[in-house]
Design a protein around this ligand. Structure first.
Ligand code: FEO
Length: 393
């Protein structure tokens, strides 16, 4: 249903309660929403972003509910189809409407949705669009998380329509985010999965946003923030260069040899007051792993050697680690092998994006023996020293 945000702004998006996978990759334990907003000025009306094409009927129903029979502008902050996919249907219903976006986004919209050239009104960074008594300002914000992304700022109401940025995959009846741990966790999961590779870009975008009086953050997924500091401060923490005294262990074990080594390692790390976040890859949610990677100083990959290389589950997560580019400082590897292993070289080759220090791996022939446990002790000592020096703990 449509919901009023301010006297001139309505939420007209859609909740997708039972969607469980995004991009056929990202788990959605709490569903998601596709947020679309209407801004009604004294002379013109604008729709900010649309919805996933599967939910276009809900968007049209919401527009009807608020009695909207005219849209002058469809603002497209981002061309990915979960926000742009309903634009062709909207243009059929509102043929006079112009799609307002930047030049790069126009290219994507033409490629993805075959929208005709004549339908566009192109804007650039800091350009404004008057709706009469309301003014929209456009802020180009490339790489959060596509190159064409922009934000739209409604000056008179202090609302930042931030697109995917600052959003969360969380379907809820609450229009506004409270400061509940659940909201924080969903936003952190979203940051980890979608935004983390662009940490350095985000630093610049957040800095630019300091210039704006932002009273409401209205992202395109999840609840709206009526206390923008809540989400902006969370982002500042996540993107900072600081890491925490934490070790993420991603592991898989075929005949328990690797598992025994992992369990020993957990006990020893905890003995040094290091927080350990272990993930058995046969049962773990990729989003949980991504979230743990936001803060951890160290990642340890533990995998049996399979056909001289990583177990495919471990290779999958190492590939993901490389793509997500967390601020992890140290990486090590534990592997039980039978006859030969090229696992160390293979892992290093898969992690070329990361600026990390590789600590001495522990390669175990068969079941861990006293000499192997001693090597694990040395790894823990080494890690403990590294963490102490880095974090002054
Ligand atoms: Fe929610 Fe990048 O789309």
């Amino acid at each position: 249903m449509a919901k009023k945000i301010t006297d001139s702004v309505y939420y007209v998006g859609s909740r997708h309660w039972d969607r469980r996978l995004f991009d056929e990759l990202i788990p959605l334990p709490d569903g998601t929403t596709y947020n679309s907003y209407v801004v009604i000025g004294s002379e013109k009306t604008a729709l900010v972003d649309s919805v996933d094409p599967s939910k276009v009927h809900e968007l049209l129903g919401n527009l009807e509910e608020i009695g909207l029979d005219r849209i002058d502008y469809i603002i497209s902050n981002h061309a990915e189809q979960d926000h742009s996919g309903a634009i062709p249907t909207l243009l059929e219903k509102f043929p006079m409407a112009k799609v307002v976006t930047n030049q790069k986004c126009k290219g994507f919209l033409k490629d993805l949705l075959m929208i005709e050239d004549g339908k566009f009104l192109i804007v650039d960074d800091r350009d404004t669009l008057s709706l009469g008594n309301k003014t929209l300002e456009f802020i180009l914000a490339s790489w959060v998380h596509w190159p064409e992304t922009m934000f739209t700022y409604l000056r008179e109401d202090g609302i930042l329509f931030s697109c995917d940025f600052l959003g969360s995959h969380l379907a809820t009846s609450q229009l506004f985010a409270s400061k509940e741990p659940k909201v924080y966790e969903s936003a952190k999961r979203y940051y980890a999965e979608i935004m983390m590779p662009f940490r350095n870009m985000i630093k610049n975008h957040l800095k630019r946003l300091n210039e704006y009086d932002i009273r409401i953050v209205a992202p395109s997924h999840g609840p709206i923030y009526d206390d923008p500091e809540f989400i902006i401060n969370a982002y500042k923490d996540w993107i900072s260069d600081e890491v925490k005294n934490e070790v993420v262990i991603v592991y898989v074990s075929m005949h328990d040899s690797t598992k025994v080594a992992v369990e020993y390692l957990i006990k020893k790390l905890e003995g040094k007051n290091i927080i350990v976040k272990p993930f058995n890859l046969t049962v773990s949610d990729l989003g949980e792993i991504a979230m743990a990677l936001v803060d951890a100083a160290t990642v340890i990959v533990a995998s049996p050697t399979v056909l001289t290389g990583l177990h495919p589950y471990a290779a999958n997560v190492v590939f993901l680690l490389n793509a997500l580019r967390p601020k992890t400082r140290f990486i090590s590897l534990i592997s039980s092998y039978g006859w030969g292993s090229k696992i160390v070289d293979q892992t290093k080759q898969l992690l070329t994006n990361l600026k990390v220090e590789f600590l001495e791996p522990v390669l175990i022939k068969g079941y861990p023996k006293d000499s192997d446990l001693k090597e694990l002790d040395e790894l823990v000592e080494n890690l403990h020293e590294k963490h102490k020096n880095l974090m002054k703990i």
